[in-house]
Design a protein around this ligand. Structure first.
Ligand code: HEC
Length: 120
């Protein structure tokens, strides 16, 4: 009687352990997939915008590979979301200065017409 009871309890413990393991595995899997399939703009808004007000100017003309590595390294995003974030940052980034065509403007407008300076 007692051995039977014990093995029954063992079975219950085993079932609970397996159930707990299954639940934990499911939770981990869900956590990993949380970001999957989200558009990069949304990823940025949820995960990055608290510190970076704008996605512009973050890529700084980097190569997408190094940018992806940086994002994966620093922000522990999955390889997929790091890649799409990198592509997103690049797509909204300002062009690098050497290709930027900016009209030349005076550094600051003169507050009032300058007096003609004449040396006599
Ligand atoms: C807790 C605040 C915080 C969050 C959240 C955050 N960052 Fe950052 N990030 C920083 C800081 C601080 C730096 C360093 C700034 C620097 O060096 O100019 C940085 C640097 C960067 C850089 C490099 C910029 C550079 O000047 O070289 C990139 C790219 C970047 N973050 C992208 C992201 C992305 C994408 C996310 C969302 C997944 C994110 N960050 C989330 C704080 C944050």
């Amino acid at each position: 009687m007692i051995p039977l009871f014990q093995s029954g309890r063992d079975r219950i413990v085993l079932v609970i352990a397996v159930a707990a393991a299954a639940v934990m595995t499911a939770t981990v899997a869900a956590a990993q997939n949380l970001d999957a399939g989200k558009p990069a703009a949304k990823l940025f808004a949820e995960g990055c915008a608290t510190c970076h007000r704008s996605p512009r100017g973050l890529a700084k003309g980097r190569f997408s590979l190094t940018l992806t590595w940086f994002l994966k390294d620093h922000y522990a995003t999955s390889a997929d979301s790091a890649k799409s974030l990198a592509a997103y940052l690049q797509s909204v980034d300002e062009p690098p200065p050497r290709t930027a065509v900016r009209p030349k403007k005076p550094a600051r407008p003169a507050p009032r017409p300058a007096k003609p300076v004449q040396s006599q």
